[in-house]
Design a protein. Structure first.
Length: 292
């Protein structure tokens, strides 16, 4: 099934819902970073919510950056995206492994840790980028982003994120974000809350091959959900290049470059986001030193 993000409206436009299937995106990230099953489940959740939030941005030049820094063994996770959304990211500890949690599932909360913060930067063409910081509450990521939306963006939200991993890789991945509109009633919000409880885990619904429309109907309790937009395909893609790496090398200064030239006579740089390697010869390093 193709990855997709679809925006819906329920209850005559009073409830907004965005549903995402991100299986291929998360699987590509797993392969690039050689992620352990626990790192896949954890980082896959962050990639999914990044995709959902990125599609809200209006312009192609807009950029979203999200950092989660917790007290758990996975360390820092960082993702960036534009509004297509093209997403990329990295994990400090891609090989993290912990015993299963009390429910017999991968311990995402333990991997992230309960102490730390989410840092969201939205560069949407204003004089200053929007920066929102919210403390971690559980490490489960979906709960933490529900808390982030309330604290930093003052919007009541329901966030669900899920990744199912088996011996072959990612079996299912996706999520949804539900926001009541200002004119929604307590009754409608209550219906959504009950429907979410009844629907169960998003990863299970995706694993059962439910379409995003079927999921939207299930988690809102509204059989007449309207499709608002459905042409967004989230992908994991890095835009690194040798030119960008050369610019990066130039920032370390002429003395440092001179030292590399005299000591090693070459340099190898590795992109954090896609693990692609870039090699620079002595001549290329000399050129960077004299050009920038």
């Amino acid at each position: 099934m193709e990855d997709k993000i679809i925006r819906f409206l329920a209850y005559d436009g009073k409830i907004s819902i965005v549903c995402a299937n991100t299986k291929n995106l998360v699987e590509k990230a797993r392969k690039i970073h050689d992620l352990s099953p626990l790192a896949t489940a954890t980082f896959g959740r962050l990639l999914t919510i990044t995709s959902i939030m990125a599609q809200e941005m209006k312009n192609k030049s807009d950029k979203l950056t999200i950092q989660i820094k917790g007290s758990g063994k996975i360390g820092t996770m960082l993702t960036t995206a534009n509004n297509y959304p093209k997403v990329k990211g990295f994990v400090s500890n891609p090989y993290v492994d912990l015993p299963l949690n009390e429910f017999g599932k991968l311990d995402v909360g333990g991997a992230v840790g309960q102490e730390g913060y989410i840092n969201v930067i939205k560069d949407i063409g204003l004089n200053q980028p929007y920066i929102g910081i919210s403390p971690l509450t559980s490490g489960e990521i979906a709960d933490d982003f529900t808390n982030y939306f309330i604290n930093s963006e003052q919007r009541q939200s329901a966030v669900a994120l899920g990744v199912l991993v088996n011996k072959d890789g990612v079996r299912a991945a996706g999520g949804y974000l539900i926001n009541p509109m200002p004119d929604s009633t307590e009754e409608e919000i209550s219906k959504v809350e009950q429907a979410i409880f009844k629907a169960g885990a998003i990863s299970k619904m995706l694993d059962q091959n439910l379409s995003l429309l079927e999921i939207a109907k299930k988690v809102t309790g509204d059989k007449n959900v309207k499709v608002l937009e459905e042409n967004r395909i989230p992908i994991y893609e890095c835009d690194c290049s040798k030119e960008h790496m050369a610019e990066g090398l130039a920032t370390i200064g002429k003395e440092e470059l001179e030292d590399i030239i005299n000591t090693d006579g070459k340099a190898e740089l590795v992109c954090h986001f896609c693990n692609k390697k870039y090699n620079f010869s002595k001549e290329e390093l000399e050129k960077i030193k004299n050009t920038y």
